[in-house]
Design a protein around this ligand. Structure first.
Ligand code: GLU
Length: 411
């Protein structure tokens, strides 16, 4: 997991991107970097926290009004200046930030090395940016076409945002398995891994879906699928206040979130708990009652703290419902060949709704005919959208990496 921010508009891009990266630091913080488009693309990246990038402040000009930024949580190559994003292609034409993992990067790297490409980092990301460059060069194609071709060959999860030398008025982004939100301003656009860097500027957003590619200029967002067919963007109004994601006087987000639990639980139960009768009704369960009533078995899939919530749920559901329950680590589930089929109810639990292993496990269970029920905090997230039914826990944004209020909400 990492954080990505980008800006295209008429304001100075650097402070907007820097501030956005600070808001996303909870997603990753081993190194960070920013690339700005002035007359040409220039790039600054450093091992360590996002604040290390402030050293670049004096050197950047107001006139750079387009840029991309990244705060990293390494998967390939240790945290270092060289492995930090953005990464540039060998010719310097393309500059890219990436959130996710390119699973087949080793074979692509070998192919590229045979063609004379060299690599400055140990990341899968640098392979991807050069792979796109190679396709573009080979086919004499536009960047958009090259990205499309490249992504068809890539196995893994990604959000990428790419800038191209000579095209200062355009960003290209694409996603599969990692989140991307586009904020729509007046003659400007903001891109980020979640809405927190965006809400102070606009509440109009588009959540980009898997296998979609977005071409973003100052005035327009055009969405396409990887088959080059246009997709109509669905513009949503964000129901989130900036104060909700700031520290509110506490020293740490985690502390703030611990103390928010009376409120977050009230929000979670609001409209669901009938105090007189003590009956709790979840619309997502009501709408899918037959799936639950006919369940032969319930399998809970989750990771980390959500998995612990699942262990408690196993105990409660078996005691109260007399339905067998299994709790599985999503990362184990996805890599074996589990016996799953119609009649199984999968409860997938995730605070962010973006947990990569849980998402893949869901897809696998879905293919095998199971009914998927998501228990998710982040509204509009990937797990929420891919589940057949579900219940939001309405705990509000959880920034602390150790889950607190989301855990009690899940329970
Ligand atoms: N796989 C990439 C890397 O190791 C991106 C990791 C991330 O999402 O932060 O650099």
């Amino acid at each position: 997991m990492c954080g990505i921010v980008a800006y295209i508009g008429s304001q100075s891009a650097f402070p907007i991107i820097l501030k956005g990266l600070k808001r996303l630091e909870y997603r990753g913080y081993d190194s960070a970097g920013i690339a700005l488009f002035d007359e040409h693309i220039s790039c600054f990246k450093k091992k360590g926290r996002v604040s290390e990038l402030e050293a670049w402040k004096e050197k950047v000009t107001e006139s750079a009004q387009v840029g991309i930024g990244h705060t990293r949580w390494a998967t390939h190559g240790e945290p270092s200046d060289a492995n930090a994003h953005p990464h540039q292609s060998n010719s310097g034409r393309l500059t890219l930030v990436h959130n996710g993992i390119i699973e087949n990067y080793a074979s692509l790297k070998k192919e590229l090395e045979q063609k004379g490409y060299h690599f400055k980092s140990l990341t899968d990301t640098e392979v991807l940016v050069n792979f796109i460059e190679e396709i573009q060069k080979n086919n004499n194609s536009t960047l958009e076409e090259a990205i499309r071709f490249a992504l068809k060959r890539v196995i893994g999860a990604y959000v990428i945002i790419v800038m191209e030398e000579g095209y200062p008025d355009r960003l290209i982004a694409a996603r599969k398995g990692s989140p991307l939100v586009i904020g729509i301003g007046d003659g400007e656009h903001f891109l980020a891994s979640d809405a927190s860097p965006i809400i102070e500027y606009t509440k109009k957003v588009i959540y980009v879906n898997d296998y979609e590619l977005a071409i973003i200029t100052r005035d327009e967002v055009s969405l396409k699928n990887l088959g080059n067919e246009p997709v109509t963007p669905y513009i949503q109004q964000l129901d989130l206040e900036l104060a909700q994601i700031e520290k509110g006087g506490y020293d740490h987000f985690m502390l703030k979130e611990i103390f928010e639990q009376p409120d977050s639980l009230t929000d979670c139960l609001r409209g669901r708990l009938e105090p007189e009768s003590g009956i709790l009704t979840l619309a997502g369960v009501e709408q899918n009652l037959s799936a639950f009533a006919q369940a032969k078995r319930i399998v809970i899939i989750a990771c980390g703290t959500s998995w612990h919530a699942g262990l408690v749920a196993e105990y409660m559901i078996e005691t109260l419902c007399r339905i067998p329950v299994e709790v599985e680590y999503a990362s184990e589930f996805r890599y074996r060949n589990p016996v799953i089929g119609p009649g199984d109810v999968i409860i997938a639990i995730s605070q962010s709704g973006e947990t990569a292993d849980t998402l893949v496990a869901i897809e696998k269970a879905k293919e095998q005919g199971a009914f998927i029920f998501g228990v998710v905090n982040a509204v509009g997230s990937s797990i929420a959208r891919t589940s057949h039914g579900g219940a939001y826990i309405h705990a509000g944004p959880e920034i602390g990496v150790a889950s607190t209020k989301a855990f009690t909400g899940q329970l």
